[in-house]
Design a protein around this ligand. Sequence first.
Ligand SMILES: Cc1cc2nc3c(=O)[nH]c(=O)nc-3n(C[C@H](O)[C@H](O)[C@H](O)COP(=O)(O)OP(=O)(O)OC[C@H]3O[C@@H](n4cnc5c(N)ncnc54)[C@H](O)[C@@H]3O)c2cc1C
Length: 478
Amino acid sequence: MYDVIIVGCGITGAAAAFALSRYKLSVLVLEKENDIAIGATRANSAIIHAGYDPEPGTLMARLNVRGCEMAAELCAQLDVPYKNCGSLVLAFDDNDVKSIRALYERGVQNGVKRLELIDSRRLRELEPCVSDKAVAALYAPTSGIVNPWEYALAMAEVAALNGVKFLLSHPVTYITGQLGGFTVTSCGEQFNARYVVNAAGVDSAAVHEMVAEKAFTIKPSRGDYFLLDKSEGSRAKHTLFQCPGPAGKGVLVSPTVHGNLLAGPNAVSCLDAHRVNTTAEGLAFVKTHALKSVPGINFRDTIRSFAGMRANSDRNDFIIGFPVPGFLDLAGIKSPGLTCAPATGEYAAGLLEQHGLELVKKDSPVTARRKIRFKELSIPEKQRLISENPLYGRVICRCETITEGEIVEACHSPIPPVSVDGIKRRAGTGMGRCQGGFCGPRVLEILCRERGISPLEALKDGEGSVILFNETKAGGRA
Ligand SMILES: Cc1cc2nc3c(=O)[nH]c(=O)nc-3n(C[C@H](O)[C@H](O)[C@H](O)COP(=O)(O)OP(=O)(O)OC[C@H]3O[C@@H](n4cnc5c(N)ncnc54)[C@H](O)[C@@H]3O)c2cc1C
């Protein structure tokens, strides 16, 4: 019998596991996909929002401000790329000026620190590439950017080091029981727990309905993005928003922690929450709106386009609570769920304690993580590392200068990757201009060697994404 089973491991599930892993508890995480953080957590704007957007008094507002406050220190502790770049909401006309004033008031009510309304002269000092049609802005210096999937991975890895068990490729299909505990079915196996936490993102309503009456609806909304080469990375120093509308925070232009430029997202309601393809119309919309903020962006330097799916719901807030005793929903975690995550994890642990889970601190839990990032080392450090382990002397990903040593380290990390993209998310291979065109086959080779599998079994990303195919074996052409 586990104390807690967490269903789903995006950043919300990872943060809950991280928070609970400090206590003397047995915790199991069941994730449907073959890696963690490959739902909304891997495809979003990567912004640590300051907290002026959510409606005052909502849980979302509270967790947003707390999550933003936690981000810098937690990212340093977990060795996760984070930059406190600040954000600007641009106003282009009188209506927009009214909107940024309203956002300012909201921010003050939500407890956001150091917010400022600034005029066009100050705006241009802060952000020289911004459109000359922008007349004013709301400046939020506490906002930042992060590597979202690494944030989740880091929390999950530390949780794993503290004894939390992770089972990937384990979709939860059935949950029974209530008082005295639950039986959770996945892949034909049954797991028992006293408490269950539902962190299933766009599927959180389906998981909720395994144990309780329907209470809310997830209304998935897709957002398309352009990721531009580092040659465009200096177009924006801050995250540049436009005024939010009914469909969300609007199209932004932002630097990324890797030095690229990000433009997006639009917002398109979708019936199928799992179809995360971009569309030509969606990308055209993003381009037009991004150019309104920063007219000089050269979209010919796009290195990737992608889409993410928001777990919007029919509520104006996150859906966090116990629909039946012992079963905690962390549902409808829409934007700013990434920012909120560490605060949501803490809050979830507190709620479980209020509902009878005993939280006894471990004597010395792991709280930090360190990674070798070869390209960031000094020359003497590089030399010392290579002399200790020559694999650090072999650069595999030329665009990002990622060595074989880092890839091997990723292969044996606490939650080991099973795909080429799993290595990308841990080591950063294939993140550069060639997007894995050059290093992909070498990464595949190392993955197969380290996992002891045949190249025919190696996956690009999710289940079924085999890269190599033996036509002779399959009965096709020899
Ligand atoms: C376009 C877009 C832009 C965004 N921008 C920002 C931003 O800039 N800043 C910000 O703070 N937030 C942003 N967000 C919101 C943020 O990304 C999400 O709130 C956050 O990632 C949600 O994390 P999650 O863990 O709740 O969901 P997910 O990351 O979707 O994880 C849910 C997990 O549950 C698993 N699962 C589902 N069903 C089952 C099952 N039956 N059994 C087992 N596992 C299951 C899934 O496979 C998945 O891994 C954005 C979101 C989108 C889509």
